[in-house]
Design a protein around this ligand. Sequence first.
Ligand code: GLN
Length: 480
Amino acid sequence: MPCRNFLQQVKNNEIDIVEHTHKVIDDCKKINKEYSYFNVISEELAIEQAQSIKKYINDNIKNNKKINKKLVGVAISVKDSICVKGIESSAGSRILKGHKPLFNAAVVQKVIDEGAIIIGKTSQDEFGFGGFSVNVGLGFKIPKNPFDEERSCGGSSGGAAGLAQKAPFPHIALGESTGGSIACPASFCGVFGLCPTYGRVSRYGLIDFGNSLDKIGPIGKSCNDVALLQEAISGYDENDSTSLNVKNEGYQSYLNKPIKGMKIGVIKEAFADGVEGEVEKSVYAGIHKLEKEGAKAEEISLELPIKYGISVYYMIATSEASTNLAKYCGMRYGASEKLEGSFNEYFTKVRSSNFGDEAKRRIILGTFARMSGFRDAYYIKAMKVRTLMIQEYKKAFKKYDALASPTVPIISPKFSEIERLTPLQNYMMDVMLVGPNICGLPHLNVPVGYEKNLPVGMLLIADHLQEAKLLQLGSAIEGK
Ligand code: GLN
């Protein structure tokens, strides 16, 4: 059931939230046994919240007051890298095992204030390092695609997207994207995923991957679900120095607004070699649907993001990640071991046994890129290309309302196929996604069809702060 209908029923007092939440948790446990979408199911917290929501509803009804909280009774799952007070939040890493934050991330506090029920922490690549959710930390389980258990959910917000598709109850997921981790899993799981403009949503309480890239955003079964959660989490936060002080928009009011006359630029380079034929076919079908609704689509060439995006992204992302991970030395957070030897010996021991392979690879790569003598050649150069890429996009948005491409060049691969990919082939999966992420542009995955019974996603990118346009376009083809 879409959250909008559920909310109506709650407001009409037709649902006992406590009973409902017990059932939700039972469903989560059942799903988790088979699909591994959760690192933690926060049963106690959920029931506690349900009880206080039930009281809020009853009190308001008794006093003839309106129930105006936006998410009252709605189940929200939280990517493991987003802190929930008192609930183990490990960003999918063994090095943070046992870490129970002392405060809620800003987004978590916001949804709780709107009456949401936090049902648990969803599985992900360790610290977000991956595109298939197979780079989970040591001891964590890999989430399985809701359409075929031998395939990937995408990543790194794999558990979030899998659950968004599979949950039989009204639910929206909080995901996070550094270089594509909202749209990619949304594409593989056949759901909507909105990565907002950098700075639109507070990062306070997010376990950082790359500070200049990280964005928190919603993943849900319908455009409306995604718009609803985006409304609840947008807004300025003085605790985040990169937070934008801009007006919060009522995204839901843009849904199903006519799109006649809107202009779509179809990125030519994104349909080059390497894109599976079936994916291309479904994405064009999606573009035709937009045209049928009155939008105008034409091809546009956008060279820099596809040509240099992957190199620029991995320079910036690994540089920032390697500094962020330096604080995990077995003393302040999570895992620790018997304190012996020098500091260097101690933290080497802790990090060797608690970080997974991909985390180690990225620490080495990022540390190298930041070394004095190399910094100008790699990190600074990447930052310069980033500026050029922003300029190229900005030029395109003078003419177009949105840009379209496949979200990922392939449908969800089998785990056995992923094993055979080299790290570089693995990184190439994000070729369409790194551009908007590097440039802080909002983007939306729109499910556009099925090939071999697996979902295909189209990526729509808009100019900074134009999330509403994306939702408007997404809703124009939803279910058609
Ligand atoms: N797949 C990309 C990476 O491996 C993006 C991950 C993300 O957005 N967290 O870095």
